[in-house]
Structures are given as structure tokens and as C-alpha cells.
Design a protein around this ligand. Structure first.
Ligand code: HEC
Length: 264
């Protein structure tokens, strides 16, 4: 039987061609790992909490996030009345005005504000419970409000805008075209292996789905923040798929060419 050119199966290729393909696929997998790392470095600080890479980073990147200051939120929810603390309405209003204003650090202990200075109000109304030594039922020693350094991080509202639409369009352009072309070639190689059809088909199926889901969800997340999870799920599926396809191709290329199946 003559071998068609190019052969219909990877294992019929000349050893040098198989060697070359192994090198190419290894490089491709290295590139995919590099892309993943780059994504991590680029995104993990998007929510301005650099410690970890979380779903908030993805939301911040593609949708933008708003997280109001914890102080503002607790005052608006009626705290400290819920724990038996006292805060007259005019003082609550003074704190709310201060937190919603844009001179938070300057007005914190502004002498001109007299008794209505936030530092004065908090010393009188909050610090009994919110201090490092506080003990008892309603103690909040873990969240002291004694010094500006305590108050500062709790006072700012964060607002993070999503990537500008031009940047998203440019990123879609390069990723959608580049990754789909590359994935197509990898899928093709995998389809030329001698692995079981259903196995290759399954992996090709979810790899393609993952790619479309990931990049498509960048755009959907802009409108509907819930799609941030689809970005992550799609990206995960896609990367898993590329890794597995690469592995199948390399293993197939390593298999001795002489070991033909009975049906060939
Ligand atoms: C009677 C004690 C008491 C007083 C007075 C009090 N707090 Fe609290 N505060 C607590 C306790 C206890 C918690 C934590 C328990 C909880 O989840 O409510 C808390 C929680 C908080 C939180 C965190 C809420 C969150 O979402 O995690 C903030 C912010 C806060 N207090 C601000 C204030 C401010 C500002 C004042 C003064 C205007 C104040 N507290 C007065 C006892 C107090």
C-alpha cells in the first residue's frame, strides 16, 4: 500500500517530520503557558487587591467594579444602632457627608468642623467598641477606628473602570484570530492521530467551545457581570483542551511508525 502525501496519519510521517512537529507542538504549549502567566500578571491586580487572583479581577477587567467604603455602607445600614450604639442623626449625617465628599483625609480632623469633625464623632461614638483593647459582647477590636491609619482604608470607595472598548477590540482582534488559527492547526493534528475517534472528538469539541465562550464572554461581561464566570470557565476549558490535544499529538508522534493497526 502506498502512503498518500501528505500522509493521512501522523505516525506515517518521516521520523524527521515527526521530530519537527514534536518541537513545534512543545513550543506551542510553552507559548500557551506564557500567555497564561502574562494574563495572571496583567489581571491579578485589577481589583486593586494584589494578593490574589479572584473573580473580582475578571469583573474589574471586563465590567468594572464599584465597592463603596465599608464605613459608608455600615452607616447607611443603620450601624451602630444594630449593636446598641448611639449615633444622633446630625452626627450620622455629618459622617455621611464627609465620606461622600472628596476631602476625606483633609476633613477627618479638620479643626474648623469643631465637634462635627469625623475624628471627634468617631472618638465619642465608635471607639468605645472599635479599639484594640475592646472586650465584651459588642467589642470590635479587630476593626479599630482609633487613628487615621485605621480609618483611611475603610473610608475610600473604590471605583474601577473596565478596559476601554478600543483596547478590548484590539485584544479581541489579536486573540480571536491568533488563537483560533492556532487551535485549528492543533485540532487538525490531533485528528490525524491514531487515538480513539471519540476521545479526540470530545477534546476538540470542548476546546472550541471553551475558546468561543472565553472570548465571547469578554464582551458579554461588559453588560452582564455574571459572564465573568464564563470567561474563567471558558478559559479553563480551553487551556485544558489545548494541553490535552498537545499531549495526544506528541504521544502519537512518539509512537513507532511501524506499529500499525490491524485495520490499516
Ligand atoms: C456598641 C459597640 C459598637 C459601636 C458603638 C460601634 N460599632 Fe461598629 N461594629 C461593632 C461590632 C460588634 C461590629 C462587628 C459585628 C457586625 O458584623 O456587626 C461592628 C462593625 C462595624 C463595621 C464593619 C461592618 C462590616 O460590614 O463588616 C464598621 C465599618 C463599623 N462597625 C463602623 C462603626 C462606626 C463608624 C461607628 C461609630 C459611628 C461604630 N461602628 C460604632 C460594634 C460597634
Amino acid at each position: 500500500m502506498t502512503t498518500p502525501t501528505p500522509p493521512r496519519r501522523l505516525r506515517d510521517l518521516h521520523p524527521l517530520a515527526r521530530f519537527g512537529l514534536i518541537c513545534v507542538v512543545l513550543t506551542l504549549l510553552g507559548g500557551a503557558t506564557g500567555a497564561g502567566l502574562q494574563l495572571y500578571f496583567q489581571l491579578h491586580n485589577r481589583d486593586e487587591k494584589p494578593e490574589r487572583f479572584t473573580i473580582d479581577d475578571v469583573k474589574a477587567q471586563y465590567h468594572g467594579i464599584r465597592s463603596p467604603s465599608p464605613l459608608l455602607e455600615s452607616l447607611e445600614s443603620g450601624h451602630p444602632a444594630d449593636v446598641g450604639g448611639e449615633l444622633p442623626d446630625n452626627e450620622r449625617q455629618a459622617l455621611l457627608d464627609w465620606l461622600k465628599g472628596d476631602r476625606i483625609s483633609r476633613n477627618y480632623d479638620n479643626l474648623d468642623l469643631g465637634d462635627m469633625a469625623p475624628s471627634e464623632i468617631m472618638t465619642a461614638r465608635c471607639v468605645d467598641c472599635h479599639n484594640r483593647q475592646a472586650k465584651g459582647e459588642h467589642a470590635a477590636a479587630k476593626m479599630p477606628l482609633e487613628y487615621w491609619d485605621d480609618v483611611d482604608p475603610l473610608s475610600v470607595s473604590r471605583e474601577i473602570n473596565p478596559v476601554p472598548i478600543e483596547v478590548l477590540a484590539a485584544s479581541t482582534h489579536t486573540h480571536a484570530l491568533g488563537l483560533s488559527a492556532l487551535t485549528l492547526v492543533l485540532c487538525w493534528l490531533a485528528l490525524l492521530t491514531s487515538w480513539r475517534r471519540w476521545l479526540v472528538a470530545l477534546i476538540v469539541g470542548f476546546t472550541g467551545l471553551g475558546l468561543m465562550m472565553d472570548i465571547g464572554s469578554w464582551w458579554l461581561t461588559r453588560e452582564y457581570v455574571g459572564f465573568a464566570w464564563a470567561v474563567v470557565a471558558g478559559g479553563g476549558l480551553y487551556n485544558l483542551g489545548v494541553g490535552l490535544l498537545g499531549l495526544l499529538v506528541i504521544l502519537d508522534l512518539l509512537a513507532p511508525a511501524g506499529k500499525k493497526r490491524a485495520d490499516s
